[in-house]
Design a protein around this ligand. Structure first.
Ligand code: AMP
Length: 249
């Protein structure tokens, strides 16, 4: 059974990004870029399926600039077998990524496609759902547990106030939530081994997909700065301020 995993190169979650001077995005030049954290969880899950003898091959896929090869090498170091970069000059939007992944799903015929529930840069939370719809595959989003047996995936999902368990007939699409697993640290020997694993580069045109953006960003603004706090001397003043100034009571 083949498992395909989608990995996106995003600004590292520990970096504080700044809005660009044109106000149309954030400045990602000269900052640390990493694999989207939910995609690390996706790769880890796929590799665990392989280690458990359930999956036979794990293919990592990324769409984006040439430097996304580094993200794919990380996926290979975690344990993916091979990687495919769909090279494009800018980050394709979720619908374009879903179409690109669908083209690869048609070609590679994986039994399971695992994506992150959302990319921490655009926070779209759309790609997995759109891929499932375009490829006409069953989907389970926000997975906190995945068990694969006899051509089926049993997936526990995080929902408000609890978990929901779904049974999907493979092939299927799963998106990962934070509690699915704890990704391993990549070791130096595995980073070295990853350099020798196959990494194929294709273009969106090779897959017959038009990645022209459909959405236009009008404005990006920083969150408002937090004002300084005040010390109050007694509970009475605190309650008064909460009523009259903060207006939360
Ligand atoms: P989003 O819908 O943008 O929040 O992204 C959800 C998930 O789709 C991510 O966690 C990735 O697994 C996948 N994804 C989004 N964009 C890309 C991309 N450019 N390349 C590979 N995977 C992507």
């Amino acid at each position: 059974m083949k498992v395909m995993v989608a990995v996106k190169r995003v600004s590292d979650s520990n970096v504080k990004v700044r809005v660009r001077s044109d106000g149309l995005g954030v400045d990602v030049s000269n900052i640390k870029m990493s694999m989207n954290p939910f995609d690390e969880i996706a790769v880890e899950e796929a590799v665990r399926l392989k280690e458990a003898g359930v999956a036979t091959e794990v293919i990592a896929v990324s769409a984006g600039v040439l430097q996304s090869q580094e993200t794919l090498r990380t996926a290979l170091a975690i344990g993916a077998d091979r990687a495919i970069l769909i090279e494009s000059n800018e980050d394709p939007q979720p619908l374009a990524v879903a179409k690109l992944l669908k083209a690869l799903v048609n070609k590679e015929q994986p039994s399971l496609v695992i994506l992150g529930k959302q990319a921490i840069d655009d926070d779209s939370n759309q790609t997995g759902q759109m891929l499932a719809a375009l490829a006409n595959l069953p989907q389970a989003t926000f997975a906190s547990k995945v068990v694969v047996t006899d051509g089926k995936a049993t997936v526990s999902r995080e929902v408000d106030g609890g978990t929901e368990t779904l049974s999907l007939t493979l092939p299927a699409v799963v998106t990962t939530d934070l509690r699915l697993n704890e990704p391993r640290y990549v070791t130096l020997p595995n980073i070295m081994k990853a350099k020798k694993k196959p990494l194929e580069i294709v273009k969106p045109e090779d897959l017959g997909v038009d990645v022209t953006p459909r959405l236009k960003t009008l404005k990006v603004v920083e969150p408002p700065k937090r004002g300084a706090g005040v010390k109050v001397h007694d509970v009475k003043t605190l309650v008064e301020k909460l009523k009259t100034e903060a207006k939360v009571l």
